[in-house]
Design a binder for this molecule. Structure first.
Ligand code: HEC
Ligand code: HEC
Length: 499
């Protein structure tokens, strides 16, 4: 690979590398704390250019940065991720969660599991811009709309996010609009769409999230009239929907035995509640999703050979001139805030409306949740861990390439106006297709999205853009590239796993 000499990284400033020296212990060659621990369980693939820490190289980089920009101290790299950043997990719960996550028993019509949309074969997402949920057939980009009355009724209006690193303490807000979050002021400890109907006994926000896909008609519940889960949701009785599903699981002897062994408060299968299910799923997601051994992590822990020079250049741009770390800061490249960056809006929307419209085709993001106009079109700043694996990108998967979504950031409003609709990864869904681009084809709605933009354009050369993208690739945990081992061969209900 072409190596750029260290002095070419000098345009941003010394801050980054000074931060490197103080926070990562590069210069003193500190241990790979978390990496070493995780490696004990799973053998790690080494990156091609992993060498002994090259402290000389770092010193040279520091010196050249210091010479050219002594004032850039404000931009800091995060400190390396460690075990302490993650919630402790019970391995038995993780195993149970692995089965439940892949078991269609949790869907109203026994035909879709969490893994349909967050599949290990497609890096815990589905490879589509927008999922085809309940009623669809097949997996990943080959998924189809299904047949007749059972066919999908509506595309799921947002991109299925990956589940990487959600077991880290700092992830306290879930979903593109933040509608599920830790909230100590609530009796359950969580603010969720179920409000006071939400259950107790949930141990983390990722487990809290696992209570909701099963109550969504489009995702897992199916249509009212088709089954008693969907009927309960339709009559606004979420607790009954959860109770029905818990009962289904409790009636499978193999599951019952596992719950009895794992949970102190489960003596017989009659004691199984949905929060036991959700906590197991959350534990599995947290375990399989942990992804903190990317070249970037190894670099941060002192292995200066772990990233190519181009990626180092990209990192310096990311934390410097390109301004990415204004939002993508912290150990997981997100500050967990909500920002409007003029992302194109494709798909059927969230049933929300920009002023002047009543067709429900808009997705107002955070504004749809808070009903505060200034929050319109703000979406969660996503973590960029494993981002090279998890396309399509954006809250609705508008961008089919990583390069596309990175370039969007460099000139958001222009990118919005020049959005190429042909890249959307939307399998044919018959009559549903007609709704896919209605917003983008209505100029004043696009203007509404543009007007909310808060991301200033930034000028980068083509080489700099390449380096930035190479840095994005350096955020890929080599263990996450193939996670087929996290798929069970069978599930206790006997329902199919591999379709
Ligand atoms: C039909 C596809 C589909 C199915 C099935 C599905 N999800 Fe999702 N999931 C999504 C979509 C779409 C979102 C984002 C929704 C939003 O932000 O409005 C999401 C969001 C999430 C998130 C939040 C991630 C984050 O970063 O905020 C988690 C965790 C998750 N799902 C786990 C699950 C679990 C567990 C199940 C099974 C109980 C499940 N999903 C079933 C499509 C699906
Ligand atoms: C003003 C805050 C902000 C800044 C600055 C910013 N981003 Fe983002 N970024 C976001 C938000 C918000 C999203 C999600 C938007 C959405 O889903 O609609 C996002 C999404 C992304 C995605 C897609 C992630 C995914 O999983 O879909 C990538 C890649 C990305 N940003 C990279 C960058 C890079 C590289 C830079 C610097 C050039 C940058 N961002 C600067 C706020 C920001």
């Amino acid at each position: 690979m072409h190596k750029t000499p260290p002095f070419s990284v000098s345009r941003v400033g010394c801050a980054i590398v000074l931060a490197l020296m103080s926070t990562t212990g590069i210069v003193t060659t500190k241990a790979h704390a978390a990496g070493a621990n995780k490696a004990a369980a799973t053998p790690r693939v080494q990156s091609n250019n992993t060498t002994a820490p090259d402290t000389d190289l770092v010193r040279r980089i520091v010196r050249s940065l210091e010479q050219t920009n002594p004032n850039a101290r404000s931009i800091g790299l995060p400190s390396p991720v460690t075990d302490a950043d993650f919630r402790p997990l019970d391995p038995a719960q993780v195993e149970l969660g692995k089965l439940l996550y892949h078991d269609k028993i949790l869907s109203g019509n026994y035909n879709i599991s969490c893994a349909t949309c967050h599949n290990m074969l497609t890096d815990t997402s589905d490879g589509l811009s927008l999922p085809l949920g309940e009623g669809g057939q097949g997996l990943g980009p080959a998924r189809e709309n299904g047949f007749d009355d059972d066919a999908v009724h509506e595309r799921v209006p947002r991109n299925a996010p990956h589940i990487f690193n959600l077991g880290a303490h700092e992830f306290t807000v879930m979903m593109h609009d933040g509608r599920i979050r830790v909230d100590p002021s609530k009796p359950s400890g969580f603010d969720t769409p179920a409000d006071e109907d939400f259950m107790g006994g949930i141990d983390s926000v990722v487990s809290a999230q696992a209570c909701f896909p099963v109550t969504s008609f489009a995702e897992m519940a199916g249509q009212p009239g088709e089954n008693n889960v969907a009927n309960s949701v339709f009559s606004n009785n979420l607790p009954r929907a959860w109770a029905i599903l818990a009962k289904r699981v409790a009636l499978v002897p193999e599951y019952a035995q596992m719950f009895i062994e794992i949970y102190d408060d489960v003596q017989t299968n009659n004691d199984i509640r949905y929060h036991h299910i959700a906590n197991a799923i959350g534990a599995y997601e947290s375990a399989v999703g942990r992804a903190d051994n990317a070249p970037f992590d190894r670099f941060m822990r002192g292995d200066t050979g772990a990233m190519s020079m181009n990626a180092v250049n990209g990192m310096i741009l990311f934390y410097g001139k390109a301004g990415c770390a204004e939002c993508h800061s912290g150990k997981f490249q997100t500050d967990h805030s909500f920002r409007a960056i003029a992302m194109p809006q494709i798909g059927p929307g969230k049933g929300q409306n920009q002023p002047g419209y009543i067709d429900g085709l808009d997705d107002l993001g955070l504004g749809g949740e808070t009903e505060i106009e200034e929050d319109n079109f703000k979406f969660r700043v996503p973590s960029l861990r494993n981002v090279a694996l998890t396309g399509p990108w954006g809250h609705d998967g508008a961008y089919a390439t990583l390069e596309g979504v990175v370039r969007h950031h460099l000139d958001p409003v222009n990118a919005l106006y020049n959005y190429d609709q042909s890249q959307a990864v939307l399998p044919d869904a018959g009559s549903l297709n007609t709704r896919d681009f209605l917003v983008m084809n209505t100029p004043d709605r696009v203007e509404g999205i543009a007007a909310a933009n808060e991301l200033a354009p930034v000028n980068l050369t083509e080489t700099e853009i390449d380096h930035l993208i190479e840095f994005m690739h350096a955020l890929t945990d080599t263990d996450s590239i193939d996670i087929r081992h996290a798929i069970p061969m069978r599930v206790p209900s006997g329902l199919p796993v591999f379709d």
